[in-house]
Write a protein that binds this ligand. Structure first.
Ligand SMILES: [Zn+2]
Ligand SMILES: [Zn+2]
Length: 255
C-alpha cells in the first residue's frame, strides 16, 4: 500500500490548487491512500486570527468537499479527512469537539508554534535557546500523551543551533515518549526536497536508537509536490541505513 496522510488545501492561505487536483496527482503517482490534513482551525478565545490556517467556520466545508471526493473517487483511491494540529492545551478540547462534530477521522501533531501561538516565533526559526528546545519537547510530549494523534509530523521541525549534546538530551526524551506512546514519527518529504532544516539526521539517529517507527509524509502544498521520487529515494535509503522501521500505512487513533 502506498499512502500519504499529509496534504494541505488552499484554506491555509499558503497552499495552491483544487482539492481534486491533489487527488488526481496522487492517483497518477500510484497512491492507494490520500489523507488530507490541512492546517487546523484553532479556537482562539480573544478573536486572534492566524494567517496560516483555516478559520473555524471553514471546517464544515473542508470536510464536506473531501467526503464528496472520497465518494467520487472511491474506486481509484481511498480518501480520508484529517487535520494537522498544534497542541495548545487551553483550546484543545474545543478543537476535539469540533473535529468530532464534523467527522474528522484523524489528527497529525505538527507543533509549528509553542505556548498558545500568539507572540511566539515559528518553531522552525533558528535558535540557540535551550529553553525553547525544552518547551518544544515538553509541549509535544504532553500532546502525545493525549492519545489523540495518529502520528507526529516533522518532529524535527525545531531548528536548534546550540550544542549537539543539549539537542540530544532533550530530543531523546521526545523519542522515548513517542516510543512509549506507540506514535510513529514522520520523515518529512517537503523538508527533504526543499532543503529545510528537517529531516535533521541528529534527530533520526536518536529515533533509530530508541526504536521508534517512521513514516513518510509528503506535506504537499501544491498538487504536483506528491511527485518527488529523488527525495523519496533519499529518505527510504536513510531509514534503511538507520535500521528504522518505515511504515506504509497507519491505523487512525480515535479522536
Ligand atoms: Zn503548511
Ligand atoms: Zn503540513
Amino acid at each position: 500500500m502506498r499512502a500519504n496522510y499529509h496534504t494541505h488545501t488552499w484554506r491555509c492561505n499558503h497552499a495552491v490548487g483544487s482539492e481534486e487536483d491533489y487527488v488526481i496527482h496522487a492517483i497518477e503517482q500510484g497512491f492507494d491512500i490520500l489523507g488530507f490534513s490541512d492546517h487546523t482551525p484553532q479556537f482562539f478565545r480573544d478573536g486572534y486570527r492566524s494567517g496560516i490556517r483555516m478559520d473555524p467556520e471553514e471546517l464544515p466545508n473542508y470536510c464536506k468537499v473531501i467526503r464528496e471526493l472520497r465518494d467520487r473517487y472511491r474506486k481509484e483511491i481511498q480518501i480520508h479527512v484529517g487535520l494537522e494540529v498544534e497542541y495548545y492545551p487551553a483550546v484543545f478540547s474545543d478543537l476535539i469537539s469540533a473535529a468530532r462534530d464534523q467527522g474528522v477521522e484523524y489528527l497529525l501533531l505538527g507543533q509549528h508554534f509553542l505556548g498558545y501561538e500568539q507572540n511566539q516565533a515559528y518553531t522552525g526559526a533558528p535558535t540557540g535557546d535551550e529553553e525553547i528546545l525544552r518547551q518544544y519537547c515538553e509541549q509535544s510530549m504532553e500532546a502525545m500523551q493525549t492519545g489523540a494523534f495518529t502520528y507526529f509530523a516533522h518532529p524535527d521541525l525545531i531548528c536548534f543551533k546550540g550544542d549537539d549534546e543539549i539537542y540530544r538530551k532533550h530530543m531523546r526524551r521526545l523519542c522515548q515518549e513517542a516510543k512509549s506512546c506507540g506514535l510513529p514519527l514522520e520523515m518529512n518529504m517537503l523538508g527533504c526536497w526543499s532543503g529545510r532544516n528537517y529531516p535533521d539526521m541528529r534527530f533520526w539517529n536518536l529515533a533509530a536508537e530508541e526504536g521508534c517507527q517512521a513514516i513518510l509524509g509528503w506535506d504537499v502544498h501544491a498538487p504536483d509536490q506528491i511527485c518527488k521520487p529523488e527525495a523519496e529515494k533519499t529518505l527510504r535509503m536513510a531509514a534503511k541505513q538507520l535500521g528504522m522501521e518505515l511504515l506504509d500505512t497507519v491505523a487512525f487513533r480515535e479522536i
